[in-house]
Design a protein around this ligand. Structure first.
Ligand code: MN
Length: 296
């Protein structure tokens, strides 16, 4: 099977939950091959927020990097990756690619941010590996936009996407981090929407939803309504995203026939979820697959 025939497994926010990720990959039919996992007919697609919260951030990130580098997976970055890279930028690592790996490790270990300390501790004896993972994250795309596969971490908004394209922004390069930190428009608001799912509403930064309130299942998220409707309609191709930590009740359900959120809160006790998207196949709840941590 060539790359152009592969189906996709869109995997929700992993947040360092390595045991769940390995269980999910196994159940989806992935096989360990050398130092990574691969499926003969599917490519894994991570929707971002692979970091923070979970017990094994370093090993999770390494596995995902190896899968991406081997062509067995792809990823887009989430707000947790953005925040980590922006944190380093603010601490003086404006050109991460030229930074001293030992100094990067030291900075994270002394950061007072427990997630960053844990990530750095995971790889404290391999500063070069940690630094190289961070540089690699900086090169990962902000979105995937293909005829049959559209993926973003939080909110698919074609206007915001075009804004970034016009500004030559496709990944978290230093000048992009700088623009986000300095709230430089129009890049800041576009990143906020796509990666953080946030807008300035009533002079406050608010997490927004971009689907109709009528979908009662998701109303309990208590999100502000997005001001301008996403420039896509129900007839458009499906869009996959994460970020919203949907509460899992008795079943995994899609938001609409073109909006599929694969984040069901694996960071806080929910299942880690994948949606298997086969080419030409309509969106259906049946294509979800979720794994839970075993109850103690
Ligand atoms: Mn997120």
């Amino acid at each position: 099977m060539t790359n152009s025939d592969l189906h996709w497994d869109i995997i929700g926010d992993v947040h360092g939950q390595l045991p769940l990720l390995l269980q999910l990959l196994k159940e989806l039919g992935y096989e360990a091959l050398g130092d990574h996992w691969r499926h003969s007919q599917c490519q894994a697609v991570f929707v971002g927020d692979v970091l923070d919260s979970g017990p094994q951030m370093g090993a999770t990130l390494q596995l995902i990097q190896r899968m991406v580098q081997a062509g067995a997976a792809r990823m887009v970055v989430g707000n947790h990756e953005l925040e980590l890279l922006a944190f380093l930028y603010r601490r003086g690592f404006t050109e991460l690619a030229e930074a001293d790996p030992e100094a990067v490790l030291e900075c994270l270990l002394k950061s007072l941010v427990s997630d960053y300390i844990r990530l750095a501790s995971d790889l404290s004896d391999q500063p070069e590996v940690l630094w190289q993972l961070l540089c690699w994250l900086q090169q990962q795309p902000l979105w995937i936009d293909e005829p049959e596969l559209k993926v973003v971490h939080a909110c698919w908004d074609t206007t915001a996407l075009q804004t970034l394209q016009k500004a030559g922004v496709a990944s978290l390069k230093p000048r992009v981090l700088q623009a986000w930190l300095a709230k430089e428009e129009p890049v800041y608001s576009a990143l906020e929407l796509l990666v953080c799912g946030c807008q300035q509403l009533d002079a406050r930064r608010q997490k927004i939803r971009w689907w109709p309130d009528a979908l009662a299942d998701y109303a309990q998220l208590n999100l502000a309504e997005k001001q301008a409707p996403a420039a896509l309609s129900s007839s458009s191709e499906p869009v996959f995203f994460g970020h919203y930590s949907l509460s899992y009740r008795s079943e995994l359900t899609v938001i609409s026939d073109w909006q599929v959120c694969t984040d069901f809160g694996a960071a806080c006790g929910g299942p880690l979820v994948a949606y298997r998207h086969r080419r030409q196949q309509p969106i259906n709840n049946r294509h979800f697959h979720g794994v839970f941590l075993p109850c103690c």
